[in-house]
Design a protein. Structure first.
Ligand SMILES: [Zn+2]
Length: 120
C-alpha cells in the first residue's frame, strides 16, 4: 500500500496553519496600528476643537473667516483638496527603528514621539 498522500496532507495542513497564524498576527498588528491612528486623530480633534473654541470666545474670528483661512492653508501645500500635506521625509523611529510615514507624529509601531514632529 502507498500512504504517501497522508504525509503530504499533513504537510499541507501544517503550512495552512502557519499561514493562518501569520495572517492572524498581521491582522492584530494592523488593528493595533489602527487603534493608535484613531487615538492620534482623537487627540488632534481635541486640540483643534479647543483652539477654535478659544478663538471664537475671544472674538478673534467668525466661521466664514475661518473657512477662508482654511482654504488658504489648504492651498499652501499646492493643492486645494481639503487636506494639508506638507512635504517631509519618512523618519525612522528613535526607539524601534522602523520607518514611519512623512506625516506621522508618533511611531506607528510603538507609539514613541518622532523627533521634530508635532500635531501643531
Ligand atoms: Zn517605534
Amino acid at each position: 500500500m502507498h500512504y504517501g498522500w497522508i504525509g503530504q496532507s499533513a504537510t499541507n495542513s501544517r503550512r495552512a496553519e502557519s499561514a493562518a497564524s501569520d495572517a492572524a498576527s498581521s491582522a492584530r498588528k494592523a488593528e493595533s496600528a489602527m487603534a493608535r491612528l484613531e487615538d492620534l486623530i482623537d487627540r488632534q480633534m481635541l486640540v483643534i476643537r479647543s483652539l477654535l473654541t478659544m478663538c471664537e470666545k475671544k472674538g478673534l474670528f467668525n466661521e466664514p473667516e475661518f473657512r477662508e483661512l482654511m482654504n488658504e492653508v489648504d492651498l499652501s501645500d499646492g493643492r486645494l483638496d481639503g487636506k494639508f500635506k506638507p512635504e517631509a521625509a519618512p523618519q525612522n523611529c528613535p526607539s524601534c527603528g522602523k520607518v514611519n510615514g512623512k506625516r506621522a507624529v508618533t511611531c506607528m509601531y510603538c507609539g514613541v514621539p518622532l523627533e521634530g514632529r508635532s500635531i501643531l
